[in-house]
Write a new protein. Structure first.
Length: 249
């Protein structure tokens, strides 16, 4: 299976930078077509750039994703963006339940689940984020926390075709810290066991690792069993770093 190398640009980049990034990326991929044999590239950009991004990426080398969506289809929800709109501008993926949305916007598992269901209805793949905090890890509660997030955030009829799980320990996001290979492996085994138990094709549902993945540690992280790719923040803002990660797949 190809590794999913998903960029999460968060609230970064300008229109000019977006254009430049894609131009560089397409040139590099043309020179190194082997990158695409091993990895599938996804860029999750701020909403305002999605439409342009899908025009820049029209060759289909890169899939486009949003970083959030509304749980509603349409109507009086000022400021929200529906999954139908995302699809309309060329998105195939949408991140839901990122820890920054959970922390700064009070998102709960239940609303994450509603967003994922809405994404599925519109034919988008939901990238559902889960992960424990520092204090939960210290108290050895990580599996309990992650199990509850999985139970409550992932729709019951999710499939390997429309759902990607992103395990992102909150303490590893943007901090330069990562779990030890053993800890990462153990958690991904735990998540795989959960998915296999609850979903008929759970064996095939991709599980990404996210949190300070960079060109230096990507090789080690991506070689761990049940790590099917990465959700990459900081290191996805430079095309060289992003592609170096894809290359280590
Ligand atoms: P980071 O972010 O790679 O900058 O740690 C990952 C994420 O939040 O998705």
């Amino acid at each position: 299976m190809k590794k999913l190398i998903a960029a999460n640009w968060k609230m970064n980049m300008t229109m000019a930078e977006t254009r430049g990034f894609v131009k560089n990326l397409l040139q590099s991929v043309e020179k190194h077509p082997e990158i695409l044999e091993k990895s599938e590239l996804i860029i999750c950009a701020p909403h305002v750039y999605l439409s342009a991004l899908s025009t820049f990426c029209e060759k289909g080398v890169v899939s486009i994703g949003a970083q959030d969506c509304s749980a509603h289809n349409k109507g009086a929800y000022t400021g929200e963006i529906s999954t139908g709109m995302l699809k309309d501008v060329g998105c195939t993926h949408v991140i839901v339940g990122h820890s920054e949305r959970r922390e700064y916007h009070g998102e709960k598992n239940e609303s994450v689940c509603e967003k994922a269901k809405t994404a599925h209805k519109d034919g988008l793949t939901a990238v559902i984020c889960i992960g424990e905090s520092q204090s939960e890890r210290k108290a050895n509660l990580q599996e309990k926390v992650v199990e509850r997030q999985l139970l409550e955030s992932v729709p019951k009829n999710a499939t390997a075709g429309n759902t990607v799980i992103a395990y992102e320990p909150v303490w590893a996001i943007g901090t330069g810290k990562t779990p030890s290979p053993d800890d990462a492996e153990q958690m991904h085994i735990f998540i795989r066991a959960f998915l296999t138990k609850h979903y008929s094709d759970g064996q095939d549902m991709p599980i990404l690792y996210g949190g300070s993945m960079n060109p230096k540690n990507a090789n080690e992280l991506l070689s761990i069993p049940n790590i099917d790719g990465g959700l990459i923040g900081g290191a996805s803002l430079k095309v060289e770093d992003y592609l170096a990660i894809a290359q280590s797949a």
